[in-house]
Design a protein around this ligand. Structure first.
Ligand SMILES: [Zn+2]
Length: 240
């Protein structure tokens, strides 16, 4: 949207508009809220932003956000060392923790494979994950990437990579809204997806056969039934 205000006001609107989930109208509303707000409130906001940038960083083990060297989950001796749940972003950990179903450790990839944006496996914290799996402590890896094309592509890549290590790899069960973001899944859906997670066994790499396209009626009438899928997940459609 072309700027309609002069100078500083428009600059502030433009800055808010760059934030995720903030459209031009919301950006304008927040900017005017700031213009009218008590200066002490704005100082508190600026200080909170500054503090977060100064103090908060990523956990050296899992990539979660923390103000210490280790995050509260890595530092908690009661958590299971034998299971690692792999997520795209630190905010996904919060979504999973809300379910209270999971008691293992986490690993944050820092995104998902996205060829259109030029994000490949080397841009994610996959090397760090492999390092954590090297001493034999971990017996199961749960892939909890987002249920969208990028999340599936990332899970497919990790399944192939981890299948050679003799570790049980599982993927969250269906039921999560497809195309969605893990952080927006409600607790019950996410909880069920955890309980019904499917173990993936990849004996050897097999060519991906074209799958039967479900008819609209079967999609509408039949609820997703968790099944153990013995073959790699289907590759996402290629972007043209
Ligand atoms: Zn951590």
């Amino acid at each position: 949207m072309a700027g309609v205000y002069d100078g500083a006001v428009q600059e502030l609107i433009d800055e808010f508009n760059r934030l995720p989930g903030i459209g031009p109208k919301s950006a304008q509303r927040i900017a005017f809220h700031i213009l009218e707000a008590d200066p002490s409130d704005i100082t508190a906001l600026i200080e909170a932003i500054t503090r977060v940038k100064e103090r908060v960083h990523f956990c050296e083990t899992c990539g979660n956000v923390t103000e210490s060297a280790l995050c509260i989950i890595c530092a908690d001796p009661r958590r299971l060392d034998s299971v690692i749940c792999v997520v795209e972003e630190a905010k996904d950990i919060v979504a999973i923790e809300r379910t209270r179903e999971y008691h293992g450790r986490y690993h944050v990839l820092g995104g998902a494979i996205n060829p259109i944006r030029g994000i490949g496996p080397d841009d994610l914290h996959i090397r760090e994950l492999l390092a954590r799996l090297s001493d034999g402590t971990v017996s199961e890896v749960i892939l909890a990437t987002d249920p969208n094309i990028e999340g599936e592509a990332t899970a497919t890549y990790l399944i192939r990579l981890l299948s050679t290590l003799g570790i049980t790899v599982s993927r969250l069960a269906s039921g999560l809204p497809v195309g969605g973001d893990l952080e927006y899944a409600d607790e019950i859906t996410l909880s069920r997806a955890f309980e019904g997670r499917q173990q993936i066994q990849v004996a050897q790499p097999t060519p991906v056969a074209p799958r039967e396209v479900p008819t609209p009626s079967s999609v509408l009438d039949t609820p997703p039934v968790p099944t153990v899928d013995a073959s790699p997940l289907p590759l996402p459609p290629r972007a043209h």
